[in-house]
Structure formats: structure tokens, C-alpha cells
Design a protein around this ligand. Structure first.
Ligand SMILES: Cc1c2[nH]c(c1CCC(=O)O)Cc1[nH]c(c(CCC(=O)O)c1C)Cc1[nH]c(c(CCC(=O)O)c1C)Cc1[nH]c(c(C)c1CCC(=O)O)C2
Length: 354
């Protein structure tokens, strides 16, 4: 390749990730990492010395810079907006703080119908202008697709009800089982917020959407269907046709996949517990899959990382519509170089096998 071709190539838009989301043929397996912008990067830690996470999200130039760090360093095939699932919850009027190394903290947890009634419906242009401005800046700078995102109702509700991270979600489930009216009102309100917010992100330039339902695996399939499914179906039906593929991700969702397969979504994010061929057997061939290297593998020597990545790829690549990712986010202890080499490996191995 001549120097000139290289420049042209670098500027051309790389749509491999979007093609994989739509189960179209690709030249190699696209890859991005959950939490690809974060504390494992010295540059991120430096920016965090100056600004809190919430402050970064309020300064579009800095927020765009943080989003771009992994694109420049890792050669990944998609960018994910730097933000947090709790940012729009704050815009609904909830007093949220995010403590690094711990998680979201809420001063006045939701308990009663009146607490739910107090939550404001958001207007993304009016309430989250900095997020939309960040997306617009990013679209000018990026030559890979930009993923927008939201937290799903159950996962958001778990923080809003517990007041912070939780092990067993006792208060959340207590509301679900004992006060279904309050619970349904909360699901409904969060569902509407998510649809409005995702439409706003896509209108501003997000090219794919990931809905994070990180803690949904704490529910049985029967309870998922009864207490969460109606809201999820409404959300995804309303997001259908917005012109951006929709990814739905959660942890510990092995038993939920047979329910998820009835949802109108494009991509299912799988954690490391379910081998990708088993996931295919559970959801069928109408979805792309994303995942699912155990993030803990990134602490191992490079040859182990590559062996484990190969095992994941050999299962994932059996069908069109596969995106390599971790089964959850990058840990702060991971070396940047490990992810650089992993990305290179995924690209080269997948293009050699094809
Ligand atoms: C559950 C959840 C949250 N936030 C998010 C989820 C869903 C995905 C998941 O399960 O990880 C989503 C999220 N949060 C963040 C992003 C940025 C984009 C990216 O992935 O690069 C994304 C996509 C920034 C962040 N959000 C947070 C950090 C930590 C670093 C910091 O404080 O600077 C980052 C980079 C803080 C946060 N925010 C949250 C937790 C539990 C924590 C603490 C955990 C930790 O400290 O590692 C809530």
C-alpha cells in the first residue's frame, strides 16, 4: 500500500461494525470493548484528576476527547459515547452522584408512587444539550460508527430504588413483588425516557444504540416476562425503524436468552458464561451476537489472551453477524498494550480464516 492509499484508507468510513450488526458480509470481525474509555488509560486518569465523571459529560470537547482515546490507541471498529447510564436519570430530577470504583449513589431513593410522579419526562435537546453536542462533535471526527447508549429500566431502577450498587436487589424486588403499581409506573416512565433519549441521540448522529441491562440476570425468566418484558418490548418496538441497529446487553442472561429472542432487536450482547454456539442455539439466526471474552482473561499473558480470543472467535464466526467484545467492561488494571494486541489479533485472525 502506498503512503497515499494509506491516507485515503484512514479517512474512508469503516462500516464493518454496522454491517456485522445487520448480519451482512464483512472482511474481518469488527471489535470494540465495553468501557473502552476508562481508568486503564493513563490519559483518562490524567483528565479525571481535573474533572469528575459528571463534569467530563458536561464539557463536550473533553467528553469527545475521552471518547476518541480508544479509537486512536486501539484501532477498534466502533466508538461508544462517553457518558453514564445515570446521566439522563439526573436529568429526570434525581440527585445522582457517581463515585469512581464504587458506582452511582442516590440521595433520595424511590419508594412511593409520589416519588415516581416527581420524575420529569426529559427533552434531550433541552435537558441534555451537552450530550447531543458531544455526539455532533464526534460525528465530525470519527471514521468508525458511533454507538449511543442508555441503561435499561430494570438496571436504572435498581440504582434508583437501592440508592446505590446492590448485591441482591432486595428493595428493587420488594417493590416489584409487593407494589406492582409503583413498579409499573416506574418502568413505564423509564421506558419513555429511554425511547426519547435514544431518538435524540440518533437524531444527533449516533449510528447504533446499546441498551445496557447489566443487572437483569438477577431475575428468573418468568419474572422477567411478567415485570420487565412489557416495557422492553414497547421500547424496542418504538426504536424499530429509527435507522440505527439496536444492541441489548446484560450479564448472567443465559436463562433469559430464550425470552430475548422474541424482542425486535438487532444484536444480542452475551456475557462470558454462555458459549456463543449455545447462545445461537437459544436465540436462532435472526440476530447478530456480540461478545464474549471473559474480561479477567485480559490479566493473563498475551498468548493466553490470544488463545482464549481464538476460542471465542471460532464459535462467533460460525455465522454472519458477529461482533467481538468482552463479556463485560475493561478493568482498570488492564494494560493498554494488551487491548492493542488483542484488537490486532482479532482483526488478523478473523481475516485469515475467512
Ligand atoms: C451499570 C453501569 C453504569 N454505567 C454504565 C453501566 C452499564 C455497563 C456496565 O455494566 O458496566 C455504562 C457506562 N459507564 C461509562 C460508559 C462509557 C463508555 C465506555 O464504555 O467506554 C458506559 C457505557 C463510563 C463510566 N462510568 C463509571 C466509570 C468509572 C471510572 C470513573 O469514575 O472515572 C466510567 C469510565 C462509573 C460507574 N458507573 C456505573 C458503575 C457501576 C460505575 C462504577 C464502576 C467503576 O468505577 O468501575 C453504572
Amino acid at each position: 500500500m502506498s503512503k497515499n492509499d494509506e491516507v485515503v484508507n484512514r479517512m474512508a468510513f469503516n462500516d464493518t461494525f454496522l454491517r456485522a450488526c445487520r448480519r451482512q458480509p464483512v472482511d474481518y470481525t469488527p471489535v470494540w470493548y465495553m468501557r473502552q474509555a476508562g481508568r486503564y488509560q493513563p490519559e483518562y486518569r490524567k483528565i479525571r484528576e481535573k474533572y469528575s465523571l459528571m463534569e467530563i459529560c458536561e464539557i463536550p470537547e473533553v467528553c469527545a476527547e475521552v471518547t476518541l482515546l480508544p479509537i486512536q490507541q486501539l484501532n477498534v471498529d466502533a466508538a461508544i459515547l462517553f457518558s453514564d447510564i445515570m446521566i439522563p436519570v439526573k436529568a429526570m430530577g434525581v440527585d445522582v452522584d457517581i463515585k469512581g470504583g464504587y458506582g452511582p449513589v442516590i440521595a433520595n431513593p424511590i419508594q412511593h408512587t409520589s416519588d415516581v410522579e416527581k420524575l420529569r419526562d426529559i427533552d434531550p435537546e433541552g435537558d441534555l444539550p451537552k450530550t447531543l453536542e458531544t455526539i455532533r462533535i464526534l460525528r465530525r471526527e470519527l471514521n468508525v460508527p458511533l454507538i449511543g447508549f442508555a441503561g435499561a429500566p430494570f438496571t436504572l431502577a435498581s440504582y434508583m430504588i437501592e440508592g446505590g450498587p446492590s448485591k441482591n436487589y432486595h428493595k428493587t424486588k420488594q417493590m416489584m413483588y409487593a407494589a406492582p403499581d409503583v413498579w409499573n409506573a416506574l418502568m413505564d416512565k423509564l421506558g419513555r425516557m429511554i425511547v426519547t433519549y435514544m431518538k435524540g441521540q440518533v437524531a444527533a448522529g449516533a449510528q447504533a444504540i446499546q441498551v445496557f441491562d447489566s443487572w437483569i440476570g438477577s431475575l428468573s425468566p418468568i419474572d422477567y416476562r411478567q415485570y420487565v418484558w412489557p416495557t422492553m418490548r414497547r421500547i424496542f418496538e418504538e426504536l424499530r425503524g429509527i435507522g440505527a441497529p439496536v444492541i441489548y446487553f446484560g450479564i448472567n442472561t443465559g436463562e433469559l436468552l430464550s425470552v430475548w429472542k422474541e424482542l425486535p432487536i438487532d444484536v444480542i450482547g452475551v456475557d462470558w458464561r454462555v458459549p456463543l454456539d449455545a447462545a445461537r442455539n437459544r436465540v436462532g439466526f435472526d440476530f447478530a451476537l456480540q461478545g464474549n471474552l471473559d474480561p479477567a482473561v485480559l490479566m493473563a499473558p498475551q498468548q493466553v489472551v490470544e488463545q482464549k480470543a481464538k476460542e471465542v472467535l471460532d464459535l462467533g464466526m460460525q455465522q454472519a453477524g458477529y461482533i467481538f467484545n468482552l463479556g463485560h467492561g475493561v478493568f482498570p488494571e488492564v494494560k493498554v498494550e494488551t487491548l492493542q494486541r488483542l484488537t490486532e489479533f482479532v482483526h488478523s485472525y478473523s481475516s485469515s480464516v475467512r
